[in-house]
Unconditional design. Structure first.
Length: 563
């Protein structure tokens, strides 16, 4: 808490009480039941009233019955909100206070002067009693329910975490097995006696269309609008401490309210206005001390039981002071009232603070688990994306290069077949290498493309040495640039059979890298048709375009320099 730590209604306890008081738990039937138990049980502490023949316990039961009936009716009629719940509590308290007088009137035929005089106090005390019972029970039920939901959420998060970790462990093996299976099929084709180059090339092309491309699409969630998961930071922190700050147990407003409702009327009835005037300065001093404790004792952490004892001990100082100003008999009674009030307030706040801390700890644990799950989801997305791009880019390029070479040879020799086998074997390593691609320099990536397309496509790079170093300083930009270049080369080789590709790179203003990949051909032959290649370009570039001029097609892409 910051500026709100000095205000009970704006602190964590206040927020908790507002939520609990507005919940359905605050108007459940257990609230008037607890109120009735308090009223009926305390009735045994007092003697019979002389001006009525009605049994005092029956009178107490009638008050409980009136409150219970009102509570049940309004609880069914009003929707649980803070305002509606307060209306229910006050209404039940008013009816509960009036009911004893009505019972006495019906059974005795006249009102009791004692209960008639007690009615104004009863209207307030009964309403406040029911309110306290509602807050107490609702706070317990609300916190237990919140804790249960948070624990269920935590179990779900842990399950999601285990599932994602399993995906990460299995993904590489499963994808490699899929690719290896297709590579074995191609190897079997290459092992046929006297194979025809054209048929072998067509078989490899078929493998691209039926296995490699669909596999990359599935990994990338192509057509499913799979987006990178957000990882939101935990913007709040929680310090787990043993005990509670003494300031959170003070509750000066609540202390003042209970004293005015329960003890000040008793002081007036027994001692008159002079006794009220004498005790008011003591009450003011006591409440002021509680305000000071709440303001200054924020860093004093104590066991909750010890905190209750210390605040009750402080209230005990006012017992001799009350005796001094009111005399022994009344002073002892009112002094004990100071102590009882301290026990009730600090005990209630100790319970509430404990529930608040438990809920906050669980909520923070859930946030931490949620962030772990989000990060794992992001890791899965990154891994799937890398594999998808590797299969769509490097692996598909390798297969395409093999197919084009074989189609160009009518009767491939054993050396041609062996070279194809080697390239097929190399393709399986590209999957594993793709996950480490961020560590490979830009020039090494270009050299890998030259090796892959050697004999089919000549690749020339035009870029200042300083720019190459700049690209390598931004691993994310480098990876994206490599994807753009690989996609452009594959399109040039497959669609227009261009023998040469010119790659130009330059740095533009506003932290942008501009790539131009030019090849021979026509735009209609190389225009992406909304496939995964277009999806890749849309994901990894700020903007991109295809243009045709003088028999050359140029892919221009702008990428932000991003590490």
């Amino acid at each position: 808490m910051t500026t709100s730590r000095g205000r009970f209604l704006l602190g964590p306890e206040g927020s908790f009480l507002r939520e609990a008081s507005a919940s359905r738990f605050a108007v459940e039937i257990w609230v008037p039941m607890l109120f009735g138990a308090v009223i009926v049980s305390t009735g045994f502490l007092f003697s019979d009233i002389d001006d009525t023949t009605v049994n005092p316990h029956l009178i107490d039961v009638s008050g409980f019955a009136g409150a219970l009936l009102t509570f049940a009716l309004l609880g069914l009629w009003l929707k649980p909100t803070l305002i509606n719940n307060v209306i229910t509590w006050v209404s039940a308290g008013v009816v509960g206070a009036i009911a004893p007088n009505l019972v006495i009137l019906v059974l005795d035929g006249k009102l009791s002067d004692f209960y008639k005089d007690q009615l104004p106090i009863g209207l307030i005390s009964y309403s406040l009693n029911i309110t306290l019972c509602a807050i107490l029970l609702s706070g317990i039920r609300f916190s237990l329910n919140r804790a249960r939901l948070l624990r269920q959420s935590l179990i779900q998060l842990e399950s999601a975490r285990a599932n994602l970790e399993s995906q990460i462990r299995q993904m590489r093996g499963e994808i490699r097995e899929s690719v290896d299976g297709e590579l074995r099929r191609v190897n079997e084709l290459l092992s046929q006696p006297e194979p025809e180059g054209k048929l072998l090339g067509e078989a490899v092309m078929k493998a691209i269309d039926e296995v490699i491309r669909p596999l990359s699409h599935r990994l990338a969630g192509f057509g499913l609008k799979v987006s990178k998961p957000d990882v939101g930071p935990i913007t709040e922190a929680i310090v787990i401490r043993k005990g509670v700050a003494l300031s959170r147990l003070a509750g000066p407003e609540l202390y003042l309210l209970l004293f005015l409702v329960f003890f000040m009327p008793a002081t007036y009835l027994v001692g008159g206005l002079s006794a009220v005037a004498a005790i008011t300065p003591l009450l003011a001093v006591k409440v002021l001390l509680l305000f000071v404790i709440r303001r200054k004792a924020t860093a004093l952490f104590v066991h909750r039981g010890l905190g209750i004892f210390l605040l009750a001990l402080l209230a005990g100082i006012f017992v001799p002071l009350s005796v001094l100003v009111l005399g022994t008999e009344l002073g002892v009674a009112i002094g004990i009232g100071f102590v009882n009030d301290a026990f009730v307030v600090s005990g209630l706040l100790a319970l509430i603070s404990k529930r608040v801390d438990v809920v906050n700890e669980l909520r923070f644990t859930n946030k931490q688990s949620q962030q772990v799950v989000q990060k794992l989801s992001q890791e899965v997305w990154v891994t799937r994306t890398k594999l998808a791009k590797a299969i769509h880019g490097a692996v598909q390029a390798k297969f395409l290069a093999i197919a084009l070479r074989l189609q160009a040879i009518t009767n491939p020799t054993e050396a041609d077949i062996e070279l194809a086998r080697q390239e097929v074997a190399e393709a399986t390593e590209l999957v594993a290498q793709s996950l480490e691609a961020d560590r490979v320099s830009f020039l090494n990536h270009i050299d890998d493309y030259r090796t892959t397309w050697g004999g089919l496509v000549g690749i020339e790079l035009q870029a200042e040495p300083g720019l190459i170093e700049t690209i390598d300083e931004y691993p994310l930009t480098r990876s994206c640039a490599v994807e753009v270049i690989g996609e452009a080369i594959a399109n040039a080789a497959k669609h227009s059979r261009s023998p040469n590709v010119l790659i130009s790179a330059e740095e533009e203003g506003f932290g942008l890298l501009r790539l131009s990949i030019a090849s021979e051909g026509r735009l209609s032959e190389t225009q992406p048709s909304g496939g995964y290649g277009s999806q890749i370009l849309g994901e990894v570039t700020r903007s991109w375009s295809l243009t045709e001029r003088d028999g050359k097609v140029t892919l221009t892409a702008r990428l932000p320099l991003n590490s």
